[in-house]
Design a protein around this ligand. Sequence first.
Ligand code: URA
Length: 443
Amino acid sequence: MLTQEIIRRKRDGQTLDRKMLDLVMGGIADGSIGDAQIGAFAMAVYLNGMNRDEAVALTESIRDSGQVMRWDDLAFDGPVLDKHSTGGVGDLVSLVLGPWVAACGGHVPMVSGRGLGHTGGTLDKLESIPGYDVTPPDAVFRRLVKEVGVAIIGQTGSLAPADKRLYGVRDVTATVESIPLIVASILGKKLACGLETLVMDVKVGSGAFMPTPEASRELAEAIVAIGCGAGTRTCVLLTDMNQPLADCAGNSLEVFEALRLLGGHGKESRLYQVTRSLAQEMLIQSGLASDAGDADKRLDRALDSGEALERFSRMVQGLGGPGDLAERAGHYLPTAPVTLDLEADRTGFLRAIDTRALGLGVVELGGGRRNAGDAIDHRVGLSHIAPLGQHLEPGQPLLRIHAADRADADAVSQRLRHAFDLGDAPVEPPPLVHATLRQEDLS
Ligand code: URA
């Protein structure tokens, strides 16, 4: 069948089957389909949507457009599982969760991404660690997933190659905001990692990828239905991104924070609570724990015994980083030469934070990219970010800026002043987990 006939069908509101989608995704992956047809295909899907079966088929076609990892020959003694997030600010969950779940008996082949827009990227954070190689040979990755239980690396060219081109064209043809295209893009890549269980963290709020809580919920429902339809047990936690998850954002600062949590500190933090909720769901869904109480016991044991931190250290060393990072973090992780506190200029309760603006502040400091391929300054970022609901007096810090020089710190300080909204009435902070969606919850 000609590609233009497949596009015509979608344009005219008809459905596409797996064979047609395989033809298009295969052609995108091998380069035989040009950008014009990719753009027309994306726009036809954007305008007419896809039913569930079509969206499952599209996800499977993207997953199968390249190498699909298989783990059965390694005879694991635990499930293959992962977590993925739609991206946030101060969201370093992956750094803590992967080793923590590995310490509970899971095998986590975590293929992560770089920062996108205002959100941080796990790979950029890990590259704050001297020597850490995010593109190791396949044999090293597989050995670590087997022996350590976790390896966090970057996407190779052979994993879901159709998505890379399709996403690039969507980005410049105003077709990113389509639920079936978003879900197929996210899940196509994740399911190519050979997962039995996937827990997704879909963010809700002022720093979330989706613009409204309703859109986040719609995405979450589609992810559960399509992930399960494609054969991977998939569930979603809708978690809050109306403020940065950690009280810091920036690559090196977030690795420091991950080490603090893995060291058993910060158990009162939002970051700890959300990470723990996601880990609990992973253990239950994968069968590593029989229920919430059992999951709690296993998680406590893994963290309090130091086993989770040990897994992180072994992963870092296995990927080329220093073996004593946890003991000598201050020696290895870079820090910024200039710090500047942004202070409240009135009395009041912190009632809203423009989380997206804070993420963009990190980018402006050099901690993220303006253009693909830009170098990153791992030292810079924000810390001591005041939480929603906090009562502040004039002169108390809203946050601390870590910058390469004073001019950068001043410029970002000016801009971020408007990201904080103080009011006279006390405010209840939003819940951390808005909802959990499993297959059985779908109508
Ligand atoms: N992230 C992805 O990987 N794909 C999308 O389409 C949107 C966000």
